[in-house]
Design a protein around this ligand. Structure first.
Ligand code: ARG
Length: 484
């Protein structure tokens, strides 16, 4: 295999690389880009849509604010635990590489298979669909836009992201920075609007704030799912550790700045929604942020649709950026076809993996619907977050001597582990749905792929030829790891 790889690259890149340094992705992500990679992916569609669902499941304003705060705390603990993992295992690849190094090839493959084929493309598709909804909405005042148009717009968004991400890493991170700044500003406008409303005495929602609060295990679990979707993306930096400048400093620092920032903004924005609307109005609003805009901004309400479009586009970019890396790393470890582990010889981007992620996301758009994506996303995601955190606890207890630049207090990963068991089990126990079963079946179907293709390496004969042709076509070559 190694010979074939070299032979493949010799046509194009090896010549170019002879006497030069080996082809590898560069360390181009500094603190600002790192923070915006986290905050810019976290802030997407959720904060503009989910508050209504959190309220629906929790029953009261105080109940939902508690969920939003608890979600923030939870992802902070989880992200700090990941920061320690990132300073022990310095390779890119997020959960995948941590599960691989701690638990071995098979569970890591199941994760990669589920993520690359289902979870990542589904989240890119979900966020792009909400981008499309808001981008076309202003052209259809008073009625809902045709679904075909929404799906075509979402597809255009994904294609645009593919081009941006394949061309150059700097371009992708600059897009991220600009869009993150814009959406932070938008959230700030909503937050300040809320403070002004409160000062003017609009506090009805907060009288009897605890009335009707649910305490059922199931509804609280589902409320967490909705909230956690809005916070998802907190783990994004661990997918690109090898591209970070000074990862041992940047990783913990970016987490410590970005996550509290997003949590505070989310809480203020929720308070602002409650200041502008009564719980009943909020529940019947359809799209909370738009109703907020109509009430508070009057003729400037269109600004909110624009803000949501910007926010979702930036978040899709972040999801795409890290999703591509995950596929690239899994291929590098022999869990995906070789071609996906290669990088463009001039652009230094993992373009085959990005193109593949893009193709899968386009497929997801066809049947996809945003709310079904959100509910099952969190379920699958927390199975793997829990597994990853169990790996950290293992390293903390069994291998305390390993050098790590950052140490998280052990109670944090313990809380996350308990929380992830709860998050995975609560909705199943409360309301067993066939869909959860299908998702588990899908994860397990990885077994059928793993043994013949990965474990016993029975590859079709034509594969090397196809890889070679694709290499020439895409101008890509095998890339080296970037760990030091
Ligand atoms: N938190 C984002 C939102 O509210 C979703 C991010 C999905 N991407 C990801 N990498 N998990 O829309």
């Amino acid at each position: 295999m190694t010979e074939r790889r070299t032979a493949g690259s010799s046509g194009l890149a090896a010549e170019r690389n002879k006497g030069m340094e080996t082809l590898r992705l560069k360390r181009e992500v500094g603190l600002i880009s790192a923070m915006s990679l986290i905050a810019g992916t976290m802030i997407g569609s959720g904060i503009f849509m989910s508050p209504e669902w959190v309220l629906y499941h929790m029953g009261s304003p105080a109940g939902s604010l508690i969920i939003w705060a608890a979600c923030g705390l939870l992802v902070m603990f989880a992200a700090l635990s990941y920061a320690e993992l990132g300073t022990i295992i310095k390779e890119s690849g997020g959960e995948y590489i941590y599960i691989l190094r701690n638990f071995g090839s098979f569970p890591a493959f199941l994760f990669a298979y589920t993520s690359v084929i289902m979870v990542r493309p589904a989240s890119v598709a979900g966020v792009s669909l909400s981008f499309a909804e808001y981008a076309v909405a202003p052209f259809y005042p008073g009625c809902s836009p045709p679904q075909v148009l929404v799906k075509c717009t979402a597809a255009t968004c994904i294609l645009l992201l593919t081009v941006i991400n394949c061309l150059n890493v700097k371009l992708a991170t600059s897009v991220m920075n600009v869009f993150t700044a814009a959406k932070l500003l938008a959230l700030l406008v909503i937050a300040v609007g809320g403070i002004v409303l409160l000062i003017n005495g609009q506090t009805q929602s907060f009288q009897n704030a605890f009335q009707n609060t649910t305490a059922g295990i199931g509804p609280v679990g589902v409320a967490f799912y909705q909230g956690l979707w809005s916070y998802d993306g907190w783990n994004n930096l661990n997918y690109v550790t090898e591209e970070l400048k000074k990862p041992e400093v940047t990783l913990p620092r970016a987490v410590m700045i970005a996550i509290p920032l997003v949590t505070c903004l989310y809480l203020l924005v929720n308070v602002s929604y409650f200041a502008a609307m009564t719980p009943a109005e909020l529940l019947s609003s359809g799209a909370v942020a738009v109703s907020w805009g109509n009430k508070v901004l009057g003729s400037w309400a269109w600004l909110i649709s624009l803000a949501v479009a910007i926010s979702t586009f930036g978040s899709a970019n972040g999801t795409f950026f890290s999703g591509g890396r995950m596929c690239y790393i899994a291929a590098r470890e022999g869990h995906m076809p070789d071609i996906l582990s290669m990088a463009h010889v001039r652009c230094f981007t993992p373009s085959p993996a990005l193109i593949f992620t893009s193709a899968m996301s386009l497929l997801m758009i066809i049947p996809g619907n945003f709310s079904s994506i959100v509910n099952f996303f969190s379920f699958v995601a927390w199975i793997f977050y829990g597994t990853t955190i169990a790996g950290l606890l293992y390293l903390k207890i069994k291998k305390p001597e390993l050098p790590r630049a950052y140490k998280v207090p052990i109670f944090m990963p313990i809380i996350i582990l308990i929380a992830s068991v709860y998050l995975v089990l609560a909705p199943i126990i409360d309301q067993p749905q066939m869909e959860f079963f299908y998702v588990i079946l899908f994860i397990l179907s990885g077994v059928i792929v793993y043994f013949p293709l990965v474990h016993f390496k029975c590859h079709p004969r034509f594969l090397p030829g196809v890889t070679l042709h694709l290499q020439l076509l895409l101008e890509v070559a095998p890339a080296a790891k970037n760990v030091n």
